[in-house]
Design a protein around this ligand. Structure first.
Ligand SMILES: Cc1ncc(CN)c(N)n1
Length: 237
């Protein structure tokens, strides 16, 4: 076995047959489930979620702020993808991602007007500010494509799997939140997340052990930020 290959195996624990993202999922399952099975998500699934105006404001207002910061981050990933060899399919997936963010922004505006929330007067909470700063720190040219792609995939996947869990059999999602759960928990959004994951795995195949290790750290940071994001709903953030 080549020296470089040995280093990769040590850092990631990956074997030839198991994609790197899958090794992370197995290794960090508890942490990941902490985000996708957060008490706030479970309360939506069980139908016990508190409909106070604060929470409506939280989900619509705070997430709107987040998504507006997410767009320049995704744009920076798109720019990086243009410099990658064999990038045509990556570009298409990323453009699809941009389109879905445009839809998200419009949806937040529609929801805000339904609940009479003024999006421009929502003050970002600390956890959100920290998360948005983290995104900004990943837009620099020095951040390698596989690292930035890892963040992108993890951010979208945690959301998709959280809301998909709400919709799984046995759930009692309140009527008012059904559309929210379907928006991110639907199969199409799941397929898009799988395309992002495939790009991550492919780009990591040719990455150095150092980049793979950075990508894993980035994955863990995203999961922690997503937990903090949900914590805002219980006032713990
Ligand atoms: C915090 C968060 N993470 C992910 C998504 C899905 N784009 C979102 N809207 N907000």
């Amino acid at each position: 076995m080549e020296k470089e290959e040995t280093a990769k195996m040590t850092v990631t624990g990956a074997t030839n047959n198991i994609p790197v993202t899958e090794t992370w999922m197995r290794k960090h399952r508890l942490l990941y489930d902490g985000a996708t099975r957060h008490p706030f998500i479970l309360s939506i699934r069980q139908g016990s979620v508190d409909f106070s105006s604060f929470k409506r404001w939280l989900v619509i207002g705070q997430d709107y702020i987040f998504v507006r910061s997410f767009v320049p981050f995704v744009a920076s990933v798109l720019v990086k993808s243009c410099k990658e060899p064999n990038n045509e399919s990556d570009m298409e997936v990323l453009l699809g991602g941009m389109a879905s963010l445009a839809d998200e922004i419009n949806w937040f505006k529609k929801e805000a007007s339904k609940y009479h929330v003024s999006l421009t007067s929502v003050v970002p909470q600390n956890a959100n500010v920290t998360y948005c700063r983290f995104l900004e720190s990943l837009t620099g040219q020095e951040i390698e494509y596989p690292v930035a792609m890892t963040a992108f995939w993890a951010i979208e996947s945690v959301y998709q799997q959280s809301f998909a869990h709400c919709l799984e059999e046995g759930g009692r999602v309140p009527q008012e939140l059904q559309e929210t759960c379907e928006r991110w928990g639907n199969e199409g959004f799941g397929a898009y997340c799988n395309s992002l994951r495939d790009i991550v795995d492919r780009s990591l195949q040719k990455a150095s052990a150092e980049v793979i290790s950075k990508a894993e750290v980035c994955f863990l940071s995203v999961v922690e930020h997503e937990v903090e994001f949900w914590n805002m709903s219980t006032g713990d953030a």
